[in-house]
Design a protein around this ligand. Structure first.
Ligand code: EPZ
Length: 415
């Protein structure tokens, strides 16, 4: 297993090019299931999770070629099953459920297990499909769903679910009649998917708000589209600029997708200004400690909570970080403590008292964004930090060590 070794203390300077958004590319690749003919999707990031969903889609019948620009064709479906060995490595595999049942009337998808950050059930996905007339059963760890033809329905999500909204929005494109999703997720990745589906001939309105209306059509045609930039990767580099006392141009990000983070980072004292195709981000005189509460979009993103905690661990005062989306997303705390941070967990709050310096240590990544927070802490820590189990990082960050070393970090990957 690869390790990443970092010697901290170098301020970061220069340009970083932001890759396509993992969490937009995954549902958009799955949406090809709804069409015949060849779809072309540009700006696909080179990530382990993308390789995984490509494998899964090929096992169902996809013909796929290309890396950054992907051509994907589902003229034939050879299987209705998303098998456990693929789904267990990536929960987002659940995103084939909606398109598969809409296209073929039947789907057999392994129940995604829990993961490090929480139980992450998919009950809201299944209830919505039942509301649309599907028969859904759970048999030996698999979701078995059948529907001769899905029917439009009025759906109420008990809570905002990103992939739940995406799954049902895809399913509803080919349903009979109109579906309304109430309390739907508003993330930019949902909007990117809706735009792609509409370019295929779907009739979706309201994406980006908490009420999305989908008028069913009889078929969808293949399309060509681009993936939006990854706001979580962009946010991770923005925080790195503040932590390392540096200045970074974040090239290719979309500032509108980062407003909650930009406001928060300005409160910490950072200077953030728009440039031609992105943002110029520089550290403030000192690091003001601020409170953070994660919320569904457009609130502060849970996927940047761990990175913000690393930043606040060297703040000038006290910061309370509240995680409201997942029930167990403080796995990074114990690793940060080993590097000298002063953090106390109280329920879904983490009380972070800033310390003057962190110390390098041997650490272990647990989940994707927790491992990003360890990289950030290591970039400012005194001495050497070794991070093991970096496959967590490779799932969501394209060549993270190359991008950070191009900014002046002393970081390398060892096999
Ligand atoms: C998406 O996960 C993202 N993944 C996550 O990013 C992200 O953290 C999360 O949204 C929240 O923004 C992808 O888009 C592939 P949810 P998702 O359904 O859709 C509960 C990363 O790092 N819930 O919005 O699985 C759930 O347990 C990943 O890239 C139910 O109870 O998240 C959670 O507490 C990590 N029942 C909350 O809702 C359901 O049926 C939000 O989950 C569905 C969700």
């Amino acid at each position: 297993m690869d390790k990443i070794v970092i010697n901290g203390g170098k301020p970061l300077h220069g340009n970083v090019q932001i890759s396509g958004a993992k969490n937009a590319a995954l549902p958009i690749l799955a949406s090809a299931l709804l069409t015949e003919g060849t779809n072309t999707f540009h700006n696909i990031p080179d990530l382990v999770d993308i390789k995984t969903i490509k494998k899964l889609l090929c096992s169902i019948g996809a013909q796929i070629e290309g890396e950054e620009s992907v051509k994907i064709n589902f003229d034939k479906i050879v299987s209705h099953t998303a098998s456990y060995d693929l789904v267990k490595t990536m929960r987002a595999s659940i995103l084939v459920l909606g398109p598969l049942i809409a296209r073929t009337g039947t789907a057999r998808v392994s129940l995604p297990g829990g993961c490090a950050i929480g139980a992450r059930p998919v009950n809201l996905h299944l209830k919505a499909l039942e509301d649309m007339g599907a028969q859904v059963e759970l048999n030996s760890g698999y979701i078995e769903a059948k529907a001769k033809k899905l029917k439009g329905a009025e759906i109420y999500f008990d809570l905002s679910t990103v992939t739940g909204t995406e799954n049902i929005m895809m399913a509803a494109t080919l349903a009979q009649g109109t579906t309304v999703l109430n309390n739907s997720a508003r993330e930019p990745e949902v909007v990117n998917l809706a735009d792609v589906l509409n370019s295929m001939g779907a009739r979706i309105s309201g994406a980006g708000t908490d009420v999305i209306t989908i008028k069913g059509v009889t078929s969808l045609k293949s399309t060509e589209a681009s993936i939006i930039p990854d706001r979580i990767e962009a946010g991770t580099f923005m925080i790195a600029a503040g932590m390392t006392r540096g200045e970074i141009n974040i090239i290719g990000c979309n500032p509108h997708h980062l407003e909650a983070l930009i406001n928060k980072l300005r409160d910490t004292g950072m200077k953030i200004s728009p440039i031609k195709n992105g943002l110029k981000v520089s550290a403030g005189e000192k690091i003001n400690s601020v409170d953070v509460k994660t919320l569904p979009y457009p609130g502060f993103p849970t996927d940047l909570q761990a990175q913000m905690m690393a930043y606040m661990s060297i703040g000038s005062g006290l910061s309370v970080i509240t995680e409201t989306v997942f029930e167990n997303r403080f796995m990074h705390v114990s690793e940060l403590l080993r590097m000298g941070a002063d953090i106390v967990i109280q329920g879904n709050n983490a009380v972070v008292r800033g310390v003057p310096v962190l110390h390098g240590a041997q650490t272990m990544a647990t989940d994707l964004r927790a491992s990003a927070s360890l990289v950030l802490a290591a970039l400012v820590a005194e001495g050497e930090t070794e991070i093991s189990r970096v496959y967590h990082i490779d799932r969501g960050y394209q060549t993270i060590e190359k991008k950070f070393s191009a900014l002046g970090a002393d970081i390398k990957r060892i096999k």
